[in-house]
Design a protein around this ligand. Structure first.
Ligand SMILES: Cc1cc2nc3c(=O)[nH]c(=O)nc-3n(C[C@H](O)[C@H](O)[C@H](O)COP(=O)(O)OP(=O)(O)OC[C@H]3O[C@@H](n4cnc5c(N)ncnc54)[C@H](O)[C@@H]3O)c2cc1C
Length: 464
């Protein structure tokens, strides 16, 4: 019997696997690669990226994981707050002044400022809400974050706005993968705090690309990671868990003392057939939105005006944001090296509009807009372009989401859940929940081992 079976080799499953690597562990991954929604590929000094790209900093679970594994991450050197709208690219100055500097009608400007007067205090309040309090558990803090302004949508909170004013808010809030009428007011405020790096921002990039981390984690687990292994049923018994999966056309059944389900909530609900009904029902309420992303490798030979920018928000475009992944390379060089790497991604309804388009249509739509945003003949420098669609891209916090959190966190006695849908911090939630599932598994295995030793003791005495 295995000690633990981990279903899913995304960041959550691999983080759990890392902490459990000295036990008899089996990781079952349906895809032909590890990493799940983390996906980057190296190209010389650069990397193409299609998934999660910016990570939590000092004191976070991600920080602990990176240090343990020995993978380097750096504070992203370029600005995270550039914006291009109505023909103007802003990359410096306080973000609060953007509505005054972006060309737009007086009506739209006044409406933006009025809505801003609601949003700014909510963002500041959120910053207080997320702050850790002495002696409290991570779960208590997470519940407080879900509870914050969870009764209404962000759209209802700011009200109807003229197109340009709405576009300014939409481009940030929808990066959560939910549209303004889908995401809660508190989560909208939280997203501003997150992307602006106020309080608990995601602000670190992984040197060499995010897959450096997931591949390093998988390497530490060696043959314990099985690819192309699709789990279809996880059954909890009194003292063990039975996992049924199919790999290379062959059905397998394996038994373990414990299991960690590190799949998205929809998959977990489908395969965890014996978890309590209220937990399955809670899993069914989790909502995800789509992302469609394109990665572009470029071959420019000299400096570009965007070398000191990491993220450019792009209201009223086919993508919400463009990311200069070469910014991390720029931060390490003394002389500007040739080449670069960009990513554009379309979340929520922008992503929905592209989900069924061909790869060529996705990359050409993104490239057309990116060329207009950046100018300077950007498109003529592109030497490689590749698209990726994520139908289940990111979980978003909808009005009422807070109420199901206690049920989701309860888990079952030998089956533990991990994944970003259990928290509000994306990759950081994946790592935190992976670590805590690993901790639960470790203590159950410890108890099982001690009980076996206790059973062995009388027989030793009898033979003495
Ligand atoms: C375009 C994009 C940009 C993003 N940007 C950021 C960002 O900048 N910062 C950030 O923090 N987050 C970001 N995210 C979100 C981040 O990528 C995710 O929160 C995180 O990677 C989720 O990891 P996970 O392990 O919880 O889930 P997943 O990565 O989804 O892992 C689940 C794994 O389970 C496997 N699986 C599914 N079904 C089965 C089955 N039946 N049997 C076996 N295996 C199965 C899947 O193949 C997958 O590998 C972004 C996401 C996208 C798509």
């Amino acid at each position: 019997m295995k000690d633990v079976i981990i279903v899913g080799a995304g960041l959550a499953g691999l983080s759990a696997g890392w902490r459990l690597r000295h036990f008899d562990t089996l990781v079952l991954e349906a895809d032909t690669r590890v990493g799940g929604r983390i996906r980057s590929e190296r190209r010389g000094n650069y990397w193409l990226n299609w998934g999660g790209h910016i990570f939590a900093g000092d004191g976070s679970s991600t920080d602990a994981l990176l240090r343990e594994v020995g993978v380097s991450a750096v504070a992203v050197p370029g600005t995270l707050q550039a914006m291009s709208m109505n023909g103007k690219l802003l990359k410096s100055g306080p973000i609060a002044t953007y509505p005054l500097r972006i060309p737009m009608s007086l009506d739209a400007r006044l409406a933006t400022l009025k809505a801003g007067l609601k949003v700014v205090p909510a963002v500041l309040k959120y910053t207080g809400v997320v702050r850790s309090r002495k002696g409290e558990s991570g779960a208590a803090r997470q519940q407080r974050i879900y509870d914050f302004m969870n009764a209404q949508s962000f759209h209802d909170f700011i009200g109807d706005l003229p197109e340009d004013a709405a576009a300014l808010f939409k481009t940030t809030v929808t990066r959560s993968a939910g549209d303004m009428d889908q995401i809660s007011a508190g989560a909208g405020a939280g997203y501003f705090s997150l992307v602006l790096g106020i309080g608990q921002g995601l602000s670190r990039g992984i040197v060499g690309g995010p897959s450096t981390l997931t591949e390093a984690l998988a390497a530490s687990l060696g043959e314990s990671v099985q690819l192309g292994a699709t789990v279809h049923e996880v059954v909890q018994k009194p003292d063990s868990v039975i996992v049924r999966y199919r790999q290379h056309g062959v059905d397998h059944e394996v038994e373990a003392r414990t299991a960690i389900l590190a799949t998205t909530a929809d998959v977990t609900r489908r395969i965890a057939v014996t978890v309590p009904d209220d937990l399955r029902a809670a899993l069914g309420t989790v909502k995800y939105g789509p992302h469609v992303s394109s990665a572009f490798l470029t071959n420019e030979t000299g400096p570009r005006p965007w070398d000191d920018i990491y993220a450019i928000a792009a209201p009223k475009r086919s993508f919400a944001i463009a990311l200069n992944h070469a910014s991390i390379v720029r931060g390490t060089e003394t002389v500007r090296q040739p080449g670069g790497s960009f990513m554009a991604f379309s979340p929520a309804s922008l992503g929905q509009a592209l989900l069924n388009k061909s790869d060529d249509e996705v990359t050409s739509t993104h490239l057309r807009d990116l060329d207009q945003v950046l100018g300077h003949d950007f498109a003529s420098t592109v030497v490689e372009a590749k698209a990726e669609r994520w139908e289940v891209a990111s979980p978003y916090c909808f009005p009422g989401r807070a109420a199901v959190q206690p049920t989701l966190m309860r888990g079952a006695s030998r089956v533990f859940l991990a994944g970003d849908y259990l928290g509000t911090l994306y990759t950081e939630s994946s790592v935190t929940t992976g670590f805590s599932a690993a901790q639960n598994v470790t203590s159950i295995i410890a108890t099982d081992r001690q009980s076996r030793r206790i059973v062995a003791v009388p027989s030793q005495r009898e033979t003495a």
